[in-house]
Design a protein around this ligand. Structure first.
Ligand code: NAD
Length: 498
């Protein structure tokens, strides 16, 4: 009988009221390993009830006590690391070291959230006017929600809920229906760490659950990460429902390689960032832009044997560089993009479509693919492929290299590889992209800085985590106070402090 995963609401594992379910695959074998319940509107309402009930007491809990829960949670997640990594690897298909990295990058934000007593402090101005002091405080919003993608089932929920909860909000996580085990387990661990019932809830589901969260007036803010069309939908509908929304979307990150770059280093970094996690990272590097034909030819001659030598295998094998894609449907979509690129005139240097792994013929595998001569007008260049596919766009000059990522619809990350500090500095200043790496291929900022792309990679004006996270999950209140010894008469003009 199929194992059915439910929800975690008010401190309990529940199956929920809905009879709808979604299959969870093991991408390595292609088999259905479980199913997950898809929440109905009633299930969402019950989760919001629980979070709303928990909110007043949690918001009134002093920040040091909230921080202690975060410290304990960090300890418990660290202890459970191998278990969590296996859950991720078996449902997502990423290799175990990558799955551990997924958990660790989330824990980095939990560590940041442990500093909440300091981070949530307000400002104070003494004697702003005669006998008048002004101070501000950052208060939690109430019940808030996170809607997260399949590709980082540990990191992205932790980006959101650790800061939101540390700030005194109560949280509903709606993770991807493709790999829900890790987010469910994280909710259990948060309770073990001392968070009261209803502070962190995890509700599984699809569009029905998401729409119910958007439309429930008790949900005050939504943080979304996923594909751009859905991000835009959530941003627009969340705002129409009077919510604070941040919504992060897809990506097509470029790596610019100048002629003076350390080519061996650039190639090694590119192999990891283009093909690692089978390219299913929003900060992957699916486009390389060598400047000058000589650079392009040298790059391709060094890349080709390395792409051919990629070790593609079971996600839990210690010998794999990358595992399968998340579903058969996604694998087929990526393969269709390769065909589209060929039809557009790109040169197929390595074709991963024929790859098959002995003993795992039903797994969702695709070999590493390398394409040369992609052009800005090609649809396969303009859209996100999200697979182990690297496209090379040749640029003649530095200015062309700056223009390519700047003019692209997505603006998540970009990298430049060069030995020329002035060129790198100019690139970082001019490029129209949110996160820039200089000789760093995947420039995901550390937890105490902030993460966020531009253009169709990010809707809204506040980034994830770091100080921007605290800003997103709190509202500011400013108090102007006077304690006069004698009560004065009425004032009829707007007060000035002079
Ligand atoms: P997705 O958009 O399919 O799903 C994301 C979430 O939205 C899931 O929880 C899903 O259940 C929900 N959802 C799906 N369809 C919906 C609909 N019609 N209405 C309402 N909700 C819906 O994304 P995915 O395939 O899970 O994740 C991959 C995508 O996420 C890629 O585009 C990737 O670039 C992007 N991503 C972006 C970032 C970033 O920070 N910018 C980070 C990670 C992933």
């Amino acid at each position: 009988m199929t194992r059915i995963l439910g929800h975690f609401v008010n401190g309990k594992n529940l199956t929920g009221a809905s009879a709808r379910t979604h299959d969870i695959f093991n991408p390595t074998t292609g088999e259905v390993q479980a199913a997950v319940a898809l929440a109905s509107r009633e299930d969402i309402s019950a989760a919001v009830d629980a979070a709303a009930q928990a909110f007043p007491a949690w918001a009134a809990t002093n920040p040091q006590k909230r921080a202690r829960v975060m410290f304990k949670f960090k300890e418990l997640v660290e202890k459970d690391m191998e278990n969590l990594a296996k859950m991720i690897s078996s449902e997502h298909g990423k290799i175990l070291p990558d799955a551990r990295g997924d958990v660790q990058r989330g824990l980095d934000v939990v560590e940041f959230a442990c500093g909440i007593p300091h981070l949530q402090k307000g400002d104070y101005t003494e004697a702003a006017g005669p006998g008048i002091d002004v101070y501000s405080m950052r208060q939690p919003l109430g019940v808030v929600a996170g809607i997260t993608p399949f590709n980082f089932p540990a990191m992205i929920p932790m980006w959101m809920f650790s800061i939101a909860i540390a700030c005194g909000n109560t949280f509903i996580n709606k993770p991807s229906e493709r790999d829900p085990s890790c987010p469910l387990r994280l909710s259990e661990l948060m309770m073990e760490a001392g968070a009261p019932e209803g502070v962190l809830n995890c509700v599984n589901g699809d569009k029905e659950a998401v729409d119910a969260l958007i439309e429930d007036p008790r949900v005050k803010a939504i943080s979304f990460v996923g594909s751009s069309d859905i991000a835009q939908y959530i941003y627009a509908n969340g705002a129409a429902n009077n919510k604070r929304v941040q919504a992060f979307g897809g990506a097509k990150n470029h790596m610019i390689i100048l002629p003076d770059a350390d080519m061996e280093n650039a190639v090694n970094q590119l192999i990891g960032s283009a093909y690692g996690s089978a390219g299913e990272r929003c900060m992957a590097t699916p486009v390389a832009v060598p400047v000058g034909d000589e650079t392009a030819d040298a790059l391709i001659s060094m890349l080709k044997p390395k792409v051919e030598a990629l070790r593609i295998g079971p996600s839990m094998s210690e010998d794999s560089d990358l595992g399968p894609l998340v579903t058969a449907q996604h694998r087929d979509r990526v393969a269709n993009y390769i065909q589209m690129a060929v039809s557009e005139g790109q040169k197929l240097i390595v074709d991963g479509r024929d790859f098959a792994l002995q003993g795992y013929e039903n797994g969702f595998f695709l070999g590493g693919t390398l394409l040369d001569n992609a052009k800005p007008e090609h649809q396969s260049y303009q859209e996100e492929i999200f697979g182990p596919v690297l496209q090379i766009v040749r640029a003649d000059h530095f200015d062309d290299a700056v223009a390519l990522p700047s003019d692209h619809q997505y603006g998540n990350g970009v990298a430049i590889f060069t030995r020329n500090g002035a060129a790198a500095r100019e690139f970082a200043q001019r490029v129209n992209v949110g996160m820039v790496g200089v000789n760093v291929p995947i420039p995901v900022p550390v937890a105490y800085h902030t993460f966020g792309g531009w253009k169709r990679s990010g809707f809204g004006d506040t980034n994830q985590h770091g100080p921007e996270g605290v800003k997103f999950w709190t509202k500011i209140k400013t108090i102007t106070q006077r304690w006069p010894e004698d009560v004065q008469g009425a004032e009829f003009v707007i007060p000035t402090m002079g």
